[in-house]
Design a protein around this ligand. Structure first.
Ligand SMILES: Cc1cc2nc3c(=O)[nH]c(=O)nc-3n(C[C@H](O)[C@H](O)[C@H](O)COP(=O)(O)OP(=O)(O)OC[C@H]3O[C@@H](n4cnc5c(N)ncnc54)[C@H](O)[C@@H]3O)c2cc1C
Length: 397
């Protein structure tokens, strides 16, 4: 206990001394740092903050130090998170590398792959995208068809990936490919890594309702990938794909930190936009019920996260629970966004491109984004199926 208190104190002092003031302000979506070769720094403080945190390995606090991580145990990492939250420090870098590929590589990558890729992720030098979905292979991911043929010293890739978030901005892709067509679908998939500058790759942004495009259709035409860039065993990529999805869902269960959050909390919105009675309570009973229900769900989610953390510390955490967190977390986020839009009444769903930082515009952005997150990383219906089957042991039909 003494050690952890000392760690808390020294962490607190270090953060106070090293986190620039502008990095202690809640980020909007455009403030999030994804890093990579094409990244441009609007705010020099963000670069300073990333460098300082990366030097300590605290962009990935629990990764081993030999790969550039912080080498912290789970309790120390939790203390760091809390101390960062106390001071309002932003995450210095986010994205697919830190949150998804890194943890999967730690588990399944070769030593050479870990040494090559993990330090660059820690320092935000390489930005990754995820090549899983294809036209016709979203929920039914195992039916993917993008093929990789064995050509001796390399694989030759041909096919299309869809919904590839930020493929046009990313430097590397982790990708699922078909390496065997006979037998069970899941047993013919492999997990490859490749540089997006490899000849034959093109990424076409798909316009979205928000006016901002985060997604691409990605085309792979005769793309040569060295065999050293296969992660794990040939035809065993499904195992890695599923493990990585657990990390993706974990991240999505905790969306609050990276969502384009409105300036106010839900109850601040209620106080500002809804009529209150003489006791300061929301007058509209139906709205009040929804507000209370939302706050109770939030509280329940937080308590369950705490329990999951304690179970993790005790070594008894059941990873299947992640489906429940993903489902409940993203649905709660959607309900919250719905609630705010309803509270705004006639001013709800405002769109103001001239002033896209306005409270109303940001509420609309959050509403649209919250819908997307109940689909990304496996839709809510698929999570329900997985919870029913794997966690509750119910029959398929
Ligand atoms: C914000 C966002 C970011 C994304 N980023 C990426 C990315 O970077 N890389 C990537 O590879 N993919 C990405 N995706 C794709 C995502 O993984 C798929 O959209 C998702 O898996 C659903 O697949 P689909 O869109 O093909 O829908 P479909 O699979 O066609 O599903 C359509 C509807 O049918 C329902 N449905 C399908 N099957 C069942 C079933 N068995 N039981 C009950 N209901 C079912 C679904 O719930 C859904 O409502 C992203 C998606 C979003 C929204």
């Amino acid at each position: 206990m003494k050690d952890i208190d000392e760690f808390r104190q020294s962490t607190r002092h270090w953060l106070e001394d090293n986190c620039p003031a502008s990095m202690r302000v809640k980020p909007t979506q455009k403030d999030n740092v994804y890093g990579g070769r094409k990244w441009t720094w609007d705010n020099p403080d963000a670069q300073i903050w990333l460098e300082r945190m990366a030097d300590k390995g605290w962009t990935t606090p629990e990764w081993p130090t030999q790969y550039g991580g912080g080498g912290l145990n789970a309790l120390q990492a939790k203390v760091l998170t809390k101390e960062m939250a106390r001071l309002g420090c932003r995450k210095p870098v986010i994205g697919h590398g830190v949150m998804m590929l890194g943890p999967a590589l730690l588990e399944y990558g070769s030593e050479a792959q870990k040494l090559e890729h993990l330090p660059k992720i820690v320092r935000g030098e390489i930005r990754w995208c995820q090549g899983y979905s294809e036209p016709g292979a979203g929920s039914d991911l195992a039916s993917l068809r993008c093929k990789a043929e064995d050509k001796g010293d390399h694989y030759l890739l041909n096919g299309q990936k869809s919904w590839t978030t930020d493929a046009d901005k990313a430097d590397w892709m982790f990708c699922l490919v078909r390496t065997r067509t006979e037998g069970k679908q899941q047993e013919g998939i492999s997990f490859l890594l490749f540089d997006m500058e490899t000849p034959g790759i093109s990424a076409r942004p798909v316009p979205l309702i928000t006016g901002v495009s985060h997604f691409c259709d990605t085309f792979l035409e005769n793309v040569k990938v060295p065999k050293s860039q296969l992660v794990g065993e040939l035809n065993d990529g499904w195992t890695i794909a599923k493990a990585l999805l657990v990390h993706e869902r974990k991240q999505m269960a905790d969306l609050e930190s990276s969502m384009p959050t409105p300036k106010h909390s839900v109850d601040e919105y209620a106080r500002h936009y809804l009529a209150l009675d003489e006791n300061g309570k929301v007058k509209d009973r139906a709205m009040r019920d929804r507000l209370i229900e939302h706050m109770m769900t939030k509280q329940a989610v937080e308590l369950n996260e705490k329990r999951a953390f304690d179970e993790g510390m005790a070594g008894v955490f059941d990873m299947r629970t992640m489906n429940i967190f993903k489902y409940v977390g993203t649905e709660a986020q959607k309900e919250k966004a719905d609630l705010i839009i309803d509270m705004l009444g006639l001013t709800g769903l405002a769109w103001d491109e001239e002033n896209n930082e306005s409270d109303l515009h940001r509420a609309t952005m959050e509403w649209m984004t919250s819908l997307a997150y109940t689909v990304a990383g496996g839709s809510s219906e698929i999570q329900m199926n997985l919870i029913a089957k794997r966690s509750l042991g119910l029959p398929d039909r």
